[in-house]
Design a protein around this ligand. Structure first.
Ligand SMILES: [Zn+2]
Length: 412
């Protein structure tokens, strides 16, 4: 069988970053009926790296209708820390670009208006482009002008033909989720004003590799991005980066500031420093990527050894968090509902359902007191401190907190 082609430069992908096997969709929590019916589709989850452009990508193995058939709507406003992050961004950008009533902000994949609402409050005209009709409707209901559309070169040309020109375009946390990354990026130059600024946020591949964050790999997350790879995609589409900030979100993200290739903005020292850090981290050498699989296997083996020991001691383990990343981890490790007695999650839409693959029941966080797990495995490791502070009381019955990356250990 011939290898798949790089989704950017079309080079055959002959190198594996990590093959996580056949996995259910990490965001598809099952209803009781689905669980009873016993049919849970699984698809290959294989991350490869292109030796030409160093774009890390997962095989396009899932039919689009299966991803969009998940009957789940993610409303960003549900997360208060996410809304606060968006507010800080809006305030900083308004100052930096001197945005006012005569400016135009356009956000791609604007969800329920969680970000644009902050520009609206400052009197800055906005337009959201959001593919999901129900979330676009939720945004309009809160006074954020939003069109339900998929963004790409055609949609951008249609906007430009209507006279839409942006001082700021935001595409935060969408680049990695876009199957046709080049076609998506190609849209921006049509809408961005000559000296306009475009920002992308994405989890940084260097963190994934250095900290063995393989649990951030799942089917709907098509690309794993470095400055090295993104800069090539930008330049192929008439754009270039000129500044970068490092963010703590998603275990370490980049916010890349970009402009037209011939825009006048000078490159900052931060951008040069990041290029140097990626070079020092070996991101332009294929060997760096080929070393990843044994490190992932070591994380898995450490967790399996923990589970065996916990069982031997008669300790019951539950998980905190029912997010995609936890499911990739548990399913790659082969965990079942026998290993994980329950998963606790604050999102009411998930409660009463079952984790994909492991089939552990998802309960509200206040059920922790009823279940009284001996060990609580914190799956969203980036929120560890927050979760430990909230659930400190498990020590009342001798409960312990456990994290599994980069090795499984008791942390409190
Ligand atoms: Zn490539």
């Amino acid at each position: 069988m011939s290898p798949p082609l790089c989704r950017f430069c079309r080079t055959p992908l002959v190198h594996t970053l990590v093959d996580l096997g056949r996995q259910p969709l990490a965001n598809s929590n099952l209803t009781a009926e689905q669980l009873a019916a016993g049919a849970e589709p699984r698809y290959p989850l294989h991350a490869r790296v292109c030796h030409e452009c160093f774009l890390v990508q997962v095989d396009d193995a899932v039919p689009a209708e299966a991803i969009f058939d998940q009957d789940y709507a993610y409303f960003s406003s549900f997360s208060s820390s996410w809304v606060a992050h968006a507010k800080r961004y809006a305030e900083a950008m308004a100052v930096r670009l001197d945005l006012g009533p005569g400016s135009q902000v356009v956000e791609i994949a604007s969800n329920d208006g969680y970000l644009l609402q902050h520009f609206v409050a400052m009197g800055v005209p906005v337009l959201g482009i959001e593919p999901a009709a129900n979330t676009a409707e939720a945004a309009r209901a809160r006074g954020v002008p939003t069109e339900a559309a998929f963004f790409g070169e055609q949609a951008a040309q249609a906007l430009a033909a209507r006279g839409v020109r942006a001082d700021l375009m935001a595409a935060n946390n969408v680049l990695a989720h876009t199957p046709d990354i080049s076609g998506f990026v190609a849209g921006f130059r049509h809408v961005l004003k000559p000296e306009g600024v475009l920002t992308f946020e994405f989890p940084h591949l260097l963190n994934l590799i250095e900290l063995v964050q393989f649990d951030t790999i799942y089917h709907e997350h098509y690309s794993y991005l470095s400055l090295l790879a993104v800069e090539r995609v930008l330049r192929a589409n008439g754009l270039r980066p000129f500044d970068v900030e490092q963010l703590a979100t998603h275990g370490g993200s980049l916010r890349l500031f970009c402009c037209h290739q011939n825009g006048s903005r000078a490159e900052t020292g931060a951008l040069a420093a990041l290029r140097a850090r990626e070079a020092a981290g070996g991101l332009a050498r294929i060997e760096t990527y080929l070393d990843f699989t044994p490190r992932v296997e070591a994380v898995r083996d450490s967790f399996r050894a923990y589970l065996a020991a916990a069982k031997g001691e008669g300790r019951r383990t539950a998980a905190y968090g029912a997010a995609a990343k936890g499911n990739t981890f548990l399913n790659y490790c082969g965990a079942s509902a026998d290993d994980i007695v329950a998963a606790f999650d604050a999102n009411p839409a998930k409660q009463g359902r079952f984790l994909p693959g492991t089939h552990a029941p998802i309960l509200a966080p206040d059920e922790v007191r009823k279940v009284k797990p001996d060990d609580l495995l914190i799956l969203p490791w980036n929120l560890k401190d927050e979760i430990m502070a909230q659930l400190e009381y498990i020590s009342e019955w001798g409960g312990r907190f456990v994290t599994a990356s980069p090795r499984t250990e008791v942390v409190g």
